[in-house]
Design a protein around this ligand. Structure first.
Ligand code: FAD
Length: 451
């Protein structure tokens, strides 16, 4: 008889938990995974995937307008929210099924229900106790709402995906990536959209990205209000919300969505009782191998709050599966993790921001170009694109590549490989551009704008 019911018990079948469980089973481990809500976790159900589908939908609005400059004319343009949400729900149900089949075909036992730790080797789920040699906590994150009177009338991104009707007037609170993405989605779908931003857009990223994006989002019609925050929300019997702002003004709207951050989903899991250390914001403290302060318990993904990104959770899950059940003992690098923000226009970024590079490397050269893409010479659209390279003056290495413009994520993905290979600016210059594209600007910026 084996000492434990399973070799690995994973709590949470999101991006990281599914990946670690599947690969652990592939390496021969006996694995069970518990999921309390939806297979695939945040990314599949209320994150990356549905958001990008909504973002595509919102893009059509501008595309129809752009088409006129190329000679196209169409009848009255109409948008039906119910059709979009039904299509999105169908796709997510399909993905939930794929996740279930992936787990089952890998030999993983899937348990539906909320799990918590009873001790270092025991999990309790649906009133039953299950033992495991290793336990992996992959419970993700959850939106945080500020303590504002009337906050119960506001929603988060979780609910935004399931609205019955598209509101006419929307207010988004926050300046982070989820806030700008949803402001762009609602604005693109025709809602009158206001975004309340305490300081600047996209704090933590290269400062030019947020500043440039603000200008472009403003041109597309988003009413960005900086330096203000919400002090109170009141709801009238007809459903109208009145927002009292910190500058003394009020704002009427039909929907208020907060996107002011996400916290690790680690409460009521029995972690502290089992001896697992948490940081002040509730993130599980782990070492380079994702082992917690209790050797039999590991943690990955948004629950450890290193980088809240799906590919990062997947990579962390692989490291754990590899280390516990395969021969590899590699660690993962968080350098040059590329990411995109699906605002309109998109943002793509990899490597160090200018401020980080100056702090870490001292002298840097900055190359920056802003321009109107060829397409918009006929479309009449006044959208502009910005590209920026941050280069180490001592070694000529490109430390950061940043962009605001169409398909920025698609473009930056390739440059992330170059940065990971340690490419120099001279190698960028020696690379022939693809003409005519937007991306060619990344290899044709010759004169630094700042040193
Ligand atoms: C609106 C939005 C947009 C995003 N867009 C992007 C994007 O474009 N690109 C990107 O890379 N990332 C994006 N992210 C972030 C990405 O979704 C997360 O980083 C990723 O899902 C984290 O994976 P995870 O495995 O740590 O947790 P999750 O995917 O959140 O999975 C955790 C799972 O654990 C389950 N669970 C929690 N507690 C228990 C319990 N006690 N018992 C059983 N089950 C439990 C939850 O129900 C959930 O299914 C977005 C997030 C949001 C909210």
């Amino acid at each position: 008889m084996p000492e434990f019911d399973y070799d690995l018990f994973t709590i949470g079948a999101g991006s990281g938990g599914v990946r670690a469980s599947r690969f652990a089973a592939h390496f021969g481990a006996r694995v069970a995974v518990a999921e309390e809500r939806y297979l695939g976790g945040t990314c599949v159900n209320v994150g990356c995937i549905p958001k990008k589908l909504l973002s595509y939908a919102a893009h059509y609005h501008g595309d129809f307008a752009d088409a006129a400059g190329f000679g196209w004319s169409a009848g009255e343009i109409k948008f039906d929210w119910a059709t979009l949400i039904a299509g999105k729900d169908r796709e997510i149900a399909r993905l939930n099924g794929i996740y279930e089949r992936l787990l089952i075909s890998a030999g993983v036992t899937v348990l539906n229900g909320r799990a918590h730790l009873a001790d270092a080797h025991t999990v309790e789920i649906n009133g039953k106790r299950v033992t495991a040699k290793h336990i992996l906590v992959a419970t993700g994150g959850w939106p945080v709402l500020p303590e504002v009177p009337g906050v119960e009338h506001a929603i988060t991104s979780n609910e935004a995906f399931h609205l019955k009707d598209l509101p006419k007037r929307v207010v988004i609170g926050g300046g982070g990536y989820i806030a700008v993405e949803f402001a762009s989605i609602f604005n693109g779908l025709g809602c009158r959209t206001t975004e309340l931003v305490r300081s600047s857009l996209l704090r933590g990223f290269d400062a030019d990205l947020g500043a440039f994006l603000a200008g472009e989002m403003g041109k597309k019609g988003v009413d960005l209000r900086f330096g203000v925050h919400l002090e109170r929300i009141a709801k009238a019997p007809d459903g109208e919300l009145t927002l009292s702002l910190s500058d003394g003004s009020t704002l009427a709207c039909d929907m208020m969505m907060y996107a002011t951050g996400r916290a690790p989903n680690t409460s009521s899991l029995g972690l502290e009782q089992a001896g697992v250390k948490l940081s002040d914001n509730g993130a599980i403290v782990v070492d380079d191998h994702y082992q917690t302060s209790v050797p039999s318990i590991h943690a990955i993904g948004d629950a450890i709050d290193r980088m809240q990104l799906t590919p990062v959770a997947l990579a962390e899950g692989m490291v754990v599966a590899d280390r516990l059940f395969n021969t590899a003992t590699r660690t993962m690098s968080y350098n040059n993790v590329p990411t995109a923000i699906f605002s309109h226009p998109n943002v793509g970024t990899v490597g160090l921001s200018e401020a980080q590079a100056r702090k870490q490397h001292g002298a840097v050269k900055i190359f920056r170009s802003t321009f109107k893409a060829l397409k918009h010479t006929l479309s009449g659209n006044d959208e502009r694109t910005m590209m920026k390279l941050v280069v180490d003056e001592a070694t000529d290495r490109v430390l950061g590549a940043h962009m605001v413009g169409p398909d920025a994520g698609e473009i930056i993905q390739g440059f992330a490989v170059a940065l990971n290979c340690g490419a120099t600016k001279a190698q960028f210059d020696a690379t022939i551009g693809i003409h005519p594209t937007i991306a060619e600007e990344m290899v044709t910026m010759r004169e630094p704008v700042a040193g």
